[in-house]
Write a protein that binds this ligand. Structure first.
Ligand SMILES: Cc1cc2nc3c(=O)[nH]c(=O)nc-3n(C[C@H](O)[C@H](O)[C@H](O)COP(=O)(O)OP(=O)(O)OC[C@H]3O[C@@H](n4cnc5c(N)ncnc54)[C@H](O)[C@@H]3O)c2cc1C
Length: 306
């Protein structure tokens, strides 16, 4: 028997701390749990979604009228320099466990909240490193056909904050395999600490938010030139930081109910005071409008609305 719970509050399961309850809720600790939960919903014709770390999600105030499957598969195995890890494993935890075995190279990803599966889906990255740089294969489960497949990294179209899995949500990521390099004694821990210290300076770690709300857009040449001239830097992949556009469009610090475009990092929409999903969405719309009017650029959400 599956231990399906009813009317489970979703806000505490997300870093935004926003959203109503899940009509049905299930924590999946094994691949078999995931298969059975999907079958349970499909047999009853109930909509379902998967979540994991909840660090890139905005649930509606009315919650989710279906089954929320929280992926908690935390198995891992080290096989020489290769790490096989369950999608539900916390990314920082596994980076630390690898470092204890003197395996690393991916320490710049330390401190990105959320799970391995969530990071693969969105090709999470920071400080010039992305999860795609370390991954070799991904095991996934197709909820339409119930097929299991091991994808090669070349098959999943990784690019800036996206992958095949983002555009094909019928696939649930079960596990990733990563090739890590051997590090010197203590090297991994030093790099992890340095990365986290840098994040704490630059990224806003302990706020109720979903990280960057919008993706950095590819901007028209004139906008890119203005950014490069002002910041004395080169726009990576032709992308201009959404936070810079938001600030220039006069929306830094803007509020809507309990939601605010952060003063420190305007691309973070923060739940400052019991914000609702309606507050966040209204503020996001105002930001999009202001940036469009000022620069002719359409911002696209990185955070997932459910
Ligand atoms: C303070 C803060 C800082 C952040 N900094 C960064 C940063 O530096 N770089 C960066 O890239 N991101 C950053 N983020 C965003 C977030 O941490 C990443 O997007 C993270 O990878 C999401 O993982 P998750 O497990 O929390 O996913 P969730 O929020 O649980 O889910 C996000 C999406 O992934 C899907 N998903 C989750 N697990 C699976 C799975 N197993 N199979 C298929 N789909 C799945 C969900 O259905 C949903 O659509 C930050 C967020 C916060 C709150």
């Amino acid at each position: 028997m599956l231990q399906i719970q009813e009317n489970v509050p979703l806000a505490p399961l997300t870093t935004f701390q926003i959203g109503g309850s899940a009509h049905y809720f299930f924590e999946a600790g094994t691949d078999n749990d995931i298969h059975r939960a999907v079958a349970w919903a499909q047999e009853r014709k109930i909509p379902f979604v998967v979540i994991s770390g909840g660090s890139n999600i905005l649930f509606k105030d009315m919650g989710f009228d279906g089954l929320v499957i929280r992926i908690r598969t935390m198995d891992y195995a080290f096989d020489k320099g290769v790490l096989h890890v369950g999608a539900g494993c916390d990314l920082l935890t596994i980076i630390r466990l690898a470092s204890e075995r003197r395996l690393g190279g991916w320490e710049k990803l330390a401190g990105i909240p959320g799970s391995v599966g969530g990071a693969i889906r969105g090709n999470a990255g920071a400080f010039g490193s992305e999860i795609k740089d370390f991954i070799t294969t991904i095991e996934a489960f197709n909820t339409h056909t119930h097929e299991m497949k091991t994808f090669l990294v070349s098959e999943v179209a990784f690019a800036y904050r996206t992958s095949f899995f983002k555009t094909h949500p019928e696939w649930i990521i079960l596990r990733g395999s990563f090739v890590l390099k051997v590090t010197d004694v203590g090297e991994g821990e030093t790099l992890i600490k340095a990365t986290i210290a840098e994040r704490e300076k630059r990224h806003l770690q302990s706020v109720k938010a979903a990280g960057s709300y919008f993706m950095n857009p590819v901007a028209p040449d004139a906008v890119r030139a203005q950014f490069e001239e002002e910041k004395k830097t080169v726009a990576r992949e032709g992308r201009v930081p959404a936070g810079w556009l938001i600030e220039k469009a006069g929306m830094k610090g803007a509020t809507e109910g309990g939601a605010q475009a952060s003063e420190q990092h305007p691309n973070y929409i923060i739940n400052t005071d019991n914000a609702t999903a309606v507050d966040v969405l209204a503020l996001a719309e105002r930001i999009k409008l202001a940036v469009k009017e000022k620069f002719g650029v359409t911002l696209q959400e990185e955070a997932v609305r459910m």
